[in-house]
Design a protein around this ligand. Structure first.
Ligand SMILES: [Zn+2]
Ligand SMILES: [Zn+2]
Length: 331
């Protein structure tokens, strides 16, 4: 089969690799939709500690089971949606309700959804793979993983129905936060950024959209500020917009070795809660599944159309330029 391989930052190639053979509890899934993701863009641009190079690439997917190992929980022909990791459920963190920090969650994840077939390990098939109903499209179902990240973030921040929320960074995750907060009935959601196309999409969701540099520090009025850019200067600037006693959710991961300075007066005397949700556990995946299945939750706005695997480099160059939000490969 053909698989997209990330050779080194900025270099992708389509290579022939063996079709994997599913062992006990494992499944072979024919990939029907594999969306691009901000994590993939980071890996393409500068490498990523969780994505080995050279290595098969892509981690979001939905598809059809074409082969099942002995004892696997799905059968050939079933349409499925899943995520690329699952916790061990036995380590210290799993037993302390922090499955997202499971010591094995990254060691046992699956990569390689930008290929015709993807082998799903047994623990992921058992915990974090679900049947896809026929009425849900493959591209919507393939958003399960980024939505699980959003679900974990929303659970951790504990948003109230009257909270005024500022989302900085109208990329895929920022726009998914906006959509989910709208569907949860949070009335005052503002999205700030610098890409006017993406801000227009935010407006279309019924949230207020503002140009980032139109936000002055006097706008320290938000109950919750969600940082979705992964840039050090925006992490630091996020504190300018939160009210006394409010929360800053630092969602976008910065490059390894980054450091950020905060005004300690604001953090202490204004009692600002800083949090930085990472990844997700099984509860967040189940919540994300409910959102995927609920037609009232708008997700179409983050999908920017299909692209060919052969054009992968130009796809990631487009994303780097801020053109499009999430493209779909259908290998
Ligand atoms: Zn992702
Ligand atoms: Zn664990």
């Amino acid at each position: 089969m053909q698989a997209l391989v990330l050779k080194e930052p900025g270099c992708l190639s389509l290579e022939r690799v063996e079709v994997p053979d599913p062992g006990p509890g494992e499944l072979l899934v024919e990939v029907r939709a594999a969306p691009t993701c901000g994590t993939d863009l980071k890996a393409f641009l500068r490498g990523h500690p969780q994505i080995p190079m050279p290595g098969v690439f892509g981690h979001e997917y939905s598809g059809v089971v074409v082969a099942a190992g002995p004892g696997a929980p799905f059968a050939s022909g079933q349409e499925v949606m899943g995520v690329h990791s699952a916790p061990c459920q036995t380590c210290f963190w799993c037993e302390n309700d922090q499955e997202n920090l499971c010591q094995k969650i990254m060691a046992t994840k699956v990569l390689g959804s930008y290929a015709q077939y993807l082998k799903i390990p047994a623990h992921i098939a058992r915990l974090n793979l679900f049947p896809k109903p026929a009425e849900v499209g493959f591209e919507r179902a393939a958003l399960l993983e980024p939505l699980a990240c959003v679900a974990h973030g929303i659970e951790m921040m504990g948003v109230g129905s009257n909270d005024r929320v500022l989302i900085i960074g109208p990329g895929a995750v920022g726009l998914m936060f906006a959509s989910i907060l709208r569907s949860l009935g949070v009335p005052a959601v503002t999205v700030a950024g610098r890409n006017s196309q993406r801000l227009a999409i935010a407006e279309d969701l019924g949230v207020q959209a503002v140009y980032l540099y139109g936000l002055e520090p006097k706008s320290a009025e938000f109950d919750i500020v969600i940082e979705c850019t992964g840039r050090e200067e925006i992490w630091a600037k996020s504190l300018d917009y939160v009210r006394r006693g409010g929360k800053v959710v630092l969602f976008g991961g910065c490059p390894a070795g980054s450091t950020v300075s905060f005004d300690t007066r604001r953090v202490h005397y204004d009692q600002i809660t800083l949090m930085s949700p990472f990844h997700f556990g099984t509860r967040a995946v189940r919540q994300a599944r409910e959102w995927v299945l609920d037609p009232a939750v708008r997700l179409d706005h983050v999908l920017s159309g299909d692209r060919a695997l052969e054009d992968a480099e130009s796809v990631f160059r487009d994303l780097q330029e801020g053109i499009g939000i999430k493209y779909i490969f259908r290998p």
